[in-house]
Every structure is written in structure tokens, then in C-alpha cells.
Ligand binder design. Structure first.
Ligand SMILES: Cc1cc2nc3c(=O)[nH]c(=O)nc-3n(C[C@H](O)[C@H](O)[C@H](O)COP(=O)(O)OP(=O)(O)OC[C@H]3O[C@@H](n4cnc5c(N)ncnc54)[C@H](O)[C@@H]3O)c2cc1C
Length: 279
């Protein structure tokens, strides 16, 4: 295996067959277990071009930004992504693992992915041909399959600041250091009158729960977008049912399909209660 340390984007993109190495928290597990045998690995860790973050009307996080820096950079902004970053691995994993790596692996259980779906984020891809922007809704094609072409770098992710009414919830087989049995992000963009619910680890891709979104939008319309939402028990239960109905879970070693649907309904109700309170 040949290993190159890229000192610029040009060097990183020079070999379209090369496999990128950022934090290595997915790639090296694959190599150590013999699942991956890359011939040429290009380390992109430390490339300043992938390390920028900016917060404003648009929020931008570079593909090489690790989770510890996501927590520092976002502070009060995009709280669902902050909540997701906090649940990832351990401090060591958060110091090494990156957003670009989560998108590069593109596992249905990746914790940032439902958040990026609910934020309606764009994935910015870079190749020698230039920049390509792909909405998250078109990025993930299946388990570990994405619209990213061989040799393309995730340069950054970007979204319109959606305000503070956001929640991310994750259920696992224990409280920390755990792959999600199911995860869910809810973003209520009160200024643009939009609600987006995205589910992870309950299907081959991240799933938007569109009927649940419609119901919640109606509830916010009725109560006023600028005011706290306190849904009735029946409305909250229906929201949970619709979210669970959108899930397409399987039975596996981490949980049964029935449990996953149940947990999605519970998380959806909790997420609605939390985002409703924040006006
Ligand atoms: C103990 C442990 C706990 C974990 N816990 C969690 C968890 O709770 N939640 C979770 O979601 N994940 C978890 N993970 C998985 C992993 O940490 C994340 O997916 C992380 O975001 C991967 O980032 P990385 O920089 O380490 O990627 P790497 O391992 O370096 O790369 C992963 C893949 O992405 C590609 N890649 C990396 N960067 C880019 C880029 N900028 N552009 C294009 N392709 C790129 C690589 O070529 C490779 O195919 C855990 C892993 C371990 C080992």
C-alpha cells in the first residue's frame, strides 16, 4: 500500500484511484479487518482547504473538520448537528473523525447524515474538473453508496441557517460509544415556515418522513410559527406514528424492525416537544 501525504488540494486530487484518509476512524477499521485493501492512500488530514467553518446566513463546515471542532465552531448554531456530534464515539473519535469521513462512508447509521438531510444541506464536491454541489437528498443512494464519484473530495457542507428549533435524538444499545439503532433529526425553520424530519438507521438511506412533516407544518400554522408549539397528546402521538410509518427498518444484531419503529415514534414525539418549546 502506497501512502501519500497531500500538502494541497491539487496533490490530494492527483490520483483519481486513490482512497482518502482523514481521521481514519472508518477506513483503518476496514483495513485492519481486511475489508479494504487500498493500493494508494492519500492523507488529507491537515489540509487547510478542508478545515474552514463559517456561520452566518449560510453555515459552512469543511469536509476535514472533526467533531470536536464542530462543537466549538457551531456553538449555539445548528443545534441538531451539535447534538449529533456530541453523541459520536468517544473524545478520541471526535478528535479524529470528520464530517467528510461520515459522508465518505455514507452508512445509514452515520449520525450527521439525518441532520444534514433535515437541514437540507448541500454537499460540495471537488475534483480536478471543479466544484459540484449536490443536495443531500440526491447524495445518498444506498448503504455506503453515494453520488460522490471516485476521486472526488467532500470539500464542505453548507446550509441556510434554520434557527434554533432543532433536535437530534439517537437510540442505541447503550448510552455512549454506540452505533445508532435508530436516529432522528427534526428541523423547524420558523422563518421559512418549513419542517423537515429525517430518519437514520431504519432503511438503506436516510429517510424523510414527509407525512409527519405535513402534520407538523399544520400544527405550527395553527399555533403560529413565532410562538411555542404545545401539541395535544393525540397530535404528538399521530406525529410519532407517521414518522414510524415512514421507516423501512430491518431486523439485525442491533435491534428488531418492530423495536426500531417503536423507538422512531418515541423519538419523534420527543423531538416535536423539544423543538416546539424553542421559538
Ligand atoms: C470506536 C468508534 C466509534 C464510532 N462512533 C460513531 C458514532 O457514534 N456515530 C457515527 O456516525 N460514526 C461513528 N464512528 C464512525 C466514524 O468515526 C465516522 O464515520 C467518522 O465521521 C469517519 O470520519 P473519518 O475522518 O475518520 O473518516 P476516514 O476513516 O478517514 O474515511 C472514511 C471514508 O470516507 C472517505 N473520506 C474521508 N474524508 C473524505 C473527504 N473529505 N472527501 C471524500 N471522502 C472522504 C475515505 O476515503 C473513506 O472511504 C465510529 C468509529 C469508531 C472506530
Amino acid at each position: 500500500m502506497k501512502v501519500t501525504v497531500a500538502r494541497s488540494l491539487e496533490e490530494a486530487l492527483a490520483d483519481p484511484e486513490a482512497i482518502f484518509l482523514a481521521g481514519g476512524t472508518d477506513l483503518m477499521v476496514g483495513v485492519n479487518f481486511g475489508r479494504e485493501r487500498p493500493e494508494h492512500v492519500v492523507s488529507i488530514r491537515g489540509l487547510s482547504e478542508l478545515g474552514d467553518t463559517s456561520v452566518g446566513e449560510r453555515v459552512r463546515i469543511g469536509g476535514g473538520v472533526d467533531y470536536t471542532r464542530v462543537l466549538d465552531a457551531l456553538g449555539e448554531h445548528s443545534p441538531a448537528l451539535v447534538q449529533a456530534a456530541r453523541t459520536i464515539g468517544s473524545p478520541q473519535i471526535r478528535n479524529a473523525g470528520t464530517i467528510g469521513g461520515n459522508l465518505g462512508t455514507c452508512s445509514p447509521a452515520g449520525d450527521t447524515l439525518p441532520v444534514l438531510a433535515a437541514l437540507d444541506a448541500e454537499v460540495i464536491l471537488r475534483s480536478p474538473a471543479g466544484e459540484r454541489r449536490v443536495p443531500f437528498s440526491e447524495f445518498m443512494l444506498g448503504p455506503r453508496k453515494s453520488a460522490r464519484r471516485p476521486g472526488e473530495l467532500v470539500e464542505a457542507v453548507e446550509w441556510l441557517d434554520a434557527g434554533p428549533s432543532q433536535a437530534f435524538l439517537k437510540a442505541g444499545t447503550r448510552n455512549a460509544m454506540v452505533i445508532a439503532v435508530a436516529n432522528l433529526a427534526l428541523v423547524v425553520d420558523r422563518a421559512r415556515k418549513a419542517v423537515r424530519v429525517a430518519l437514520g438507521s431504519v432503511g438503506p438511506t436516510i429517510i424523510r418522513a414527509l407525512e409527519a412533516e405535513d402534520l407538523a407544518r399544520g400544527l405550527f400554522e395553527e399555533s403560529g410559527w413565532e410562538r411555542p408549539l404545545r401539541p395535544s397528546q393525540a397530535a404528538a402521538a399521530r406525529f410519532g406514528e407517521l414518522a414510524a410509518g415512514a421507516a423501512r427498518p430491518i431486523d439485525d444484531q442491533r435491534g428488531s424492525a418492530i423495536y426500531r419503529r417503536h423507538v422512531v415514534a418515541v423519538m419523534a414525539r420527543r423531538a416535536l416537544a423539544r423543538t416546539g418549546e424553542v421559538a
